[in-house]
Design a protein around this ligand. Sequence first.
Ligand code: T5A
Length: 215
Amino acid sequence: MVKGCFVVLEGGEGAGKSTQAALLARWLRDRGVPCTLAREPGSTAVGEAIREVVLGRTDLEMPAESELLLILAARAAFVREVVRPALARGDVVVADRFDLSTLAYQGYGRGLDLARVRAAMEVATGDLRPDLYLVLDVPVEEGVARRRAAGGSEDRIERAGADFLRAVRDGYLELAEAGERVELVSGLGSPLRVQERVLGCLRRRLPDVFGPRGN
Ligand code: T5A
């Protein structure tokens, strides 16, 4: 039986994280593997309330430090109420964003000191470490075009503009280069083509869970 495992989909706006997270959750469930699919910020009562402030309140200007601490307040609940209980049950947790987003957006994007961001993040996450991060990468223009085609309005963070989104993407590329548990995956091509790449990485990096013996 598959043991608990924590996989995170990361990347910039419109990279295809939600699409791939949903495809991966379906792939696991089709094979009888218990799976918890969740998104950040959100997935708890307090997290969804904070999401409404951080993303929904486009009228609010706030210091980057306030944005960071609100997101971490949401994460503290996410870790305690969603991730840890799911891992204890033996689920595969598929998260649409986690702490790399904070380094990429609040660190590289907003310009907060990375060491201080990491120190603050410890309060929210404790010793919890994902088994693998998959960073989906598309050029900023492609991500923005996909989001526009999907319709809906820009959230408070997306409104920061193209230079901000480019800094976020560069941050992800650096984090993927440096991170031992981080895989960079091209998000270009059809969703099914991207899913093949995602599954290829998972089989290679987490064979006990995603390899032929795991499934
Ligand atoms: N945030 C979050 C921080 O600043 N710090 C943090 O610590 C955390 C956790 C989250 C926001 O919060 C910020 C970052 C974000 O700004 P969100 O609504 O969850 O906000 O936003 P995103 O995660 O960015 O969601 P997006 O919808 O923008 O991007 P996704 O999930 O990467 O993309 P997806 O799958 O929704 O696809 C977007 C569109 O593209 C299509 C889809 O059908 C959809 O229409 N698509 C494709 N089109 C062509 N080819 C493919 N391969 C496609 N895959 C999907």
